[in-house]
Design a protein around this ligand. Sequence first.
Ligand SMILES: NC(=O)c1ccc[n+]([C@@H]2O[C@H](COP(=O)([O-])OP(=O)(O)OC[C@H]3O[C@@H](n4cnc5c(N)ncnc54)[C@H](O)[C@@H]3O)[C@@H](O)[C@H]2O)c1
Length: 322
Amino acid sequence: MSGKYLVTGGAGYVGSVVATHLLEAGHEVTVLDDLSTGFREAVPAGAEFIEGRVHDAVKWLDPSYDAVLHFAASSQVGESVAKPEKYWDNNVGGSMALLEAMRAAEVRRLVFSSTAATYGEPVSTPITETDPTAPTSPYGATKLAVDHMIAGECAAHGLAAVSLRYFNVAGAYGSYGERHEPESHLIPLVLRVALGKRESIAVYGEDYPTPDGTCVRDYIHVADLADAHLLALKAAVAGEHLVCNLGNGSGFSVREVIETVRTVTGHPVPEVVAARRPGDPAVLVASAATARERLGWSPSRADLAGIVADAWAFARREETHG
Ligand SMILES: NC(=O)c1ccc[n+]([C@@H]2O[C@H](COP(=O)([O-])OP(=O)(O)OC[C@H]3O[C@@H](n4cnc5c(N)ncnc54)[C@H](O)[C@@H]3O)[C@@H](O)[C@H]2O)c1
């Protein structure tokens, strides 16, 4: 059955890919985005577009919507350390206003973009949803605060909600891909070196207790992530806040990613070893058991070379079309 969905942050990387998947599945989509880090041209054709802030969602949300998918947020860890007030206002203030607007319009279904950053330094690997949450940045703290806010809304007011805790989202879906500025994610940064836009890639630490000494992360293809959102819309149950990690359950080291980029692109990628960055855990890998059991989700694009190849196709397309 087709539905009508409000996608906040649908002009951004993940939101535009999920909005595209919703449209492809025959749903009606409205994107609400203030274009603070997103792009008007990333809003998929076929979606209605409202340029505005989540804080003002009450102006647009009405009972005709079946659910909200909430991507809109500020998400640069470093910036959140320098400007925590921006993160509390945008991520927590914006989400609080959105929940109020949903209550007023009686829209009772929500999928929220949470993050692995809510866990902080992991106590064990792979990370499960019942592991302790101890974020090491204001970004992670604001996302965890929103998770708590949503849990209260479910318990008190019967909201049906799923928080998806993404690990490292990567890859592209056709003409929708990653365009963060500044870019802090490893794969697009290494691809910029392959494109000749940066001289080298920094490897922060090669003395971690991992097989090759560099940090290990769990990379999930953005299209697999999008599939999980559509499943989460169906799995949400009134009065319950379901929290699901989203990762492939296996990790790749920084060196493996760089080597894969060399193989896929055929370009040399010079690397420079630098000191460890404070707060960078050695290994961040998700247990995807809850997503499998509760959402019926399984990734079909977990191969790192495939993820890199899709991101590379997008990066070259951006280079050509600007
Ligand atoms: N990309 C990742 O690896 C990753 C990992 C974990 C969690 N997340 C979360 O996923 C979500 C999407 O991330 P992304 O990488 O697509 O980021 P993005 O910056 O590309 O997209 C965010 C979008 O939200 C919009 N926005 C921000 N504040 C807004 C507001 N107050 N009102 C309306 N629009 C607003 C921006 O203009 C942008 O289009 C974020 O909530 C992020 O915290 C992303």
